[in-house]
Ligand binder design. Structure first.
Ligand SMILES: *Cc1c(COP(=O)(O)O)cnc(C)c1O
Length: 361
């Protein structure tokens, strides 16, 4: 019988849970739940955004040429193989839409970013979850899970929510052993936080089966604007451009992101501040009896002795106006992910965790 129903797979999608931003009855909250830059974007980006106000009646360019050229210059990449999207989420969506359909498999890891699974299901494909090894991506386990149905493999490096990273030698090893029909997507949402790391760009240049994704949402402080990009072999980028809507990015997005990218001093300052406060916070938490893996990103995955303790600490932090992220949905029920804030926020969160631990003896 004919009936109105969505495509197969769509009803299996659990809607994405964003970081919370409010606590009932608490005025002075600090949001450390979404890995945002605590200082916001560069002043040059703010000024560029304001300037675009006069052109709101005009359609934006469809080819993103100026932003792609700036990305090419700053990162030393061929701008003809850059594609821009409404956040890197949109690049992930394009990849699944273009390369994975009913019967196809899309691999993500045990603690991998939730958008991989959501986008695979939205495309009608089958998400396949593979284990990690002590919260680190394991390339051998991924290879063992590959078969003739595998179309995409998603890895974030550094990873979210673990903050751990694997070496580019392991990434290359994986890329070179994948089945012929499989694309390796290296999600570099946090690549900017790692000094001297190219996000895998050189590996992309050297082979035909890798795509790198990047974002303006984290280091550049533009999460609310929605701009990300991808870099890959020409043949794949040409395919993605066919499913991309011509006006997927507005003028304000394009020009603000470009100005943010070109302010290299500000980016460097944010990177250095993050590293300093991240190391300070990790040490303060460890002294309070809360260990974490060395993080390469702008957050720390704090490990508690049990899911109950993590939940109790989360409630206590909330009552103190500190919002962090529960990550039970990422198979990490005994952990809390804490974004590295400015110095005052880091001190507040360290103080509160210490008080929580002391209270429990
Ligand atoms: C934040 C994040 C993204 C980026 O999302 P945008 O859509 O660019 O805001 C992508 N991947 C991972 C792993 C992330 O944590």
């Amino acid at each position: 019988m004919a009936e109105i129903r969505p495509q197969p797979g769509i009803m299996s999608i659990a809607p994405y849970q964003g970081g919370e931003s409010r606590v009932e009855g608490v005025e002075d909250v600090v949001k450390l739940s979404s890995n945002e830059n605590p200082y916001g974007p560069s002043d040059k980006a703010r000024e560029a955004f304001v300037r675009t106000v006069h052109r709101m009646h005009r359609y934006p360019p469809t080819d993103h040429a100026a932003l792609r050229a700036a990305i090419g210059r700053v990162h030393g990449l061929d701008s003809g193989r850059v594609i821009c999207g409404a956040g890197s989420d949109e690049i992930i969506t394009f990849l699944c839409q273009a390369y994975a359909g009913p019967g196809d498999e899309v691999i993500h890891t045990e603690h991998g970013f939730s958008m991989y699974r959501i986008s695979a299901l939205a495309a009608g494909a089958i998400p396949v979850e593979v284990p990690e090894c002590d919260r680190v991506v394991d390339v051998e386990t991924i290879l063992a899970a590959c078969n003739f149905r595998t179309r995409l493999v998603f890895i974030a490096n550094p990873a979210n929510p673990t903050g751990t990273m694997i070496g580019l030698d392991k990434v290359a090893y994986l890329a070179d052993r994948l089945p012929k029909q499989t694309i390796l997507v290296l999600d570099g949402a946090y690549a900017e936080y790692v000094d001297g790391y190219d996000g895998g760009a050189a590996l992309v240049d050297a082979r035909g089966n890798m795509v790198m994704t990047r974002t303006f949402s984290k280091l550049y402080g533009l999460g609310g604007l929605r701009v990300g990009w991808g870099y890959g072999p020409q043949a794949i980028i040409d395919v993605l451009n066919r499913v991309r809507g011509p006006f997927n990015l507005g003028q304000a997005q394009l020009e603000t992101a470009e100005a943010a990218l070109l302010d290299r001093d500000y980016a460097q300052k944010c990177r250095a501040d993050n590293a300093r406060m991240r190391n300070w916070l990790a040490e303060a938490l460890a002294e309070a009896g809360v260990p974490s893996d060395p993080s390469s990103a702008n957050f720390i995955l704090a490990r508690f002795s049990s899911p109950d303790e993590a939940e109790a600490c989360d409630s206590f932090l909330k009552s103190e106006g500190l919002i962090v992220r529960r990550v039970a949905g990422y198979n990490l029920p005994a952990c809390l992910r804490i974004t590295v804030g400015d110095e005052a926020s880091c001190r507040r969160v360290a103080h509160a965790v210490r008080a929580f631990k002391g209270r429990r003896g």
